[in-house]
Design a binder for this molecule. Structure first.
Ligand SMILES: NC(=O)c1ccc[n+]([C@@H]2O[C@H](COP(=O)([O-])OP(=O)(O)OC[C@H]3O[C@@H](n4cnc5c(N)ncnc54)[C@H](O)[C@@H]3O)[C@@H](O)[C@H]2O)c1
Ligand SMILES: O=c1ccn([C@@H]2O[C@H](COP(=O)(O)OP(=O)(O)O[C@H]3O[C@H](CO)[C@H](O)[C@H](O)[C@H]3O)[C@@H](O)[C@H]2O)c(=O)[nH]1
Length: 332
């Protein structure tokens, strides 16, 4: 049996870090990506197959040639604001991609999948800590499409014997501690990279999306987890499936919540810069508070986040921000 793992979305932020972790763990990550939001420049840890998940013939070709023993499925559209503005785009891309991939897996007898779900599947839950048993009530098309894919995976499991580890991540942040890759989105919509753009003078200011949430300082609270810790859990997920331990869902967060204002304060501290802010209206689709209360990944997967303090995540992201050229900014 080969050690090939098909990594959909391997040219993206989390997928590229996962490829590095997989290579280090002795696997060969085969990146499959259409580069819609990713970059060929970050595919450094294994072969690259350019293609769109909705292209079944292209997937068949890749499954035939590489015969992956498992799939890590990261490829998706994943911006909350855009999903509210254009829900059809999210349903079409995320569901279309997933159903084509799962059918190809079934037809090529590839039985193990690790899937990127999200705490955005929970919606607004009135401040409760979230875990695997919390009912999922998504409030935007992004979260709804991810919950639907969880259901799809379960149906394919029942019919074709597909085995799955589903990870519901909280907010992923930071960058490769060795500085080889980082978070490169264009346009950037995520809070921490935007703060670093302001700190470095590439942006004028950050807009705080709403100060009237039912939280202590009125801004949204999120649970941030380091991308290198997150991808370690994915390697553990592959080991879990290899050991035949069955289908599981795990939340991946740090179990600590930080408001937008707290993240801004920490970014100012780490970068030793004044970060100019303005107050804007709420962004559609945002829940007030999303914080993990789960212990399952620590208990059952042996997952111990090592770098998921807010300061460490911003420090690692800041180092890469200062040393690596953003592939999308090269031409501009
Ligand atoms: N970043 C976070 O905080 C976060 C939190 C929870 C869940 N997630 C999930 O993790 C996954 C990765 O997120 P990311 O932040 O790395 O995003 P990203 O946009 O950097 O990466 C996604 C990659 O998938 C590719 N892709 C998209 N649609 C495709 C298609 N139809 N065919 C082939 N390739 C396609 C893109 O080109 C890109 O390289 C997503 O599924 C996202 O929903 C992310
Ligand atoms: O310019 C900005 C950008 C963000 N925010 C706020 O900062 C918080 C974090 O926003 P991000 O855009 O960084 O992250 P999201 O919480 O929207 O989404 C991220 O985490 C989710 C899980 O919570 C998803 O899965 C999604 O894929 C991933 O992008 C939110 O309250 C948002 O409103 C601002 O105030 N100003």
């Amino acid at each position: 049996m080969n050690n090939n793992i098909l990594v959909t979305g391997g040219a993206g932020y989390i997928g590229s870090h996962a490829c590095k972790a997989l290579q280090r763990a002795g696997y060969t990550p085969i990146t499959f990506d259409n580069l819609e939001t990713g970059w060929a420049e970050v595919v450094k840890f294994g072969p690259f197959e350019k293609g769109d998940l909705r292209d079944r013939a292209r997937l068949d070709d890749v499954f035939d040639r590489w015969k992956p023993k498992a799939v890590m499925h990261f490829a998706a559209l994943s911006q909350v604001g855009e999903a509210v503005r254009d829900p059809g785009k999210y349903w079409s891309a995320n569901i279309g991609g997933a159903v084509t991939l799962l059918q190809a897996m079934a037809d090529h007898s590839c039985r193990d999948i690790v899937f990127s779900s999200t705490c955005a599947t929970y919606g607004d839950q009135d401040g409760v800590l979230l875990d695997e048993a919390t009912p999922q009530r998504p409030i935007n098309a992004y979260g709804a499409s991810k919950r639907a894919i969880e259901d799809m995976i379960s149906d394919f499991g029942a019919t074709y014997g597909l085995n799955s580890v589903i990870f519901r991540y909280f907010n992923v942040a930071g960058a490769d501690p060795e500085g080889e890759i980082g978070e490169f989105h264009t346009p950037e919509t995520h809070l921490i990279p935007i703060l670093l753009d302001v700190a470095s003078g590439e942006r004028d200011k950050v807009t705080i999306f709403g100060t009237d949430y039912p939280t202590p300082d009125g801004t949204c609270i999120r649970d941030y987890v380091h991308v290198s810790d997150l991808v370690d859990a994915h390697v553990a997920g592959v080991h879990w499936l290899e050991a035949g331990k069955g289908n599981r869902v795990f939340c991946l967060g740090s179990s600590r919540g930080f408001s937008v204002r707290e993240v801004i304060a920490e970014a100012q501290e780490v970068t030793a810069s004044q970060i100019r802010t303005e107050i804007g209206p709420r962004r559609g689709g945002d829940a007030a508070r999303l914080v993990s209360g789960s212990v399952a990944a620590a208990r059952d997967l042996g997952w111990q986040p090592a770098r998921s303090t807010l300061s460490q995540m911003i420090e690692d992201a800041w180092r890469v921000h200062q040393t690596l050229q953003h592939p999308g900014k090269r031409a501009s």
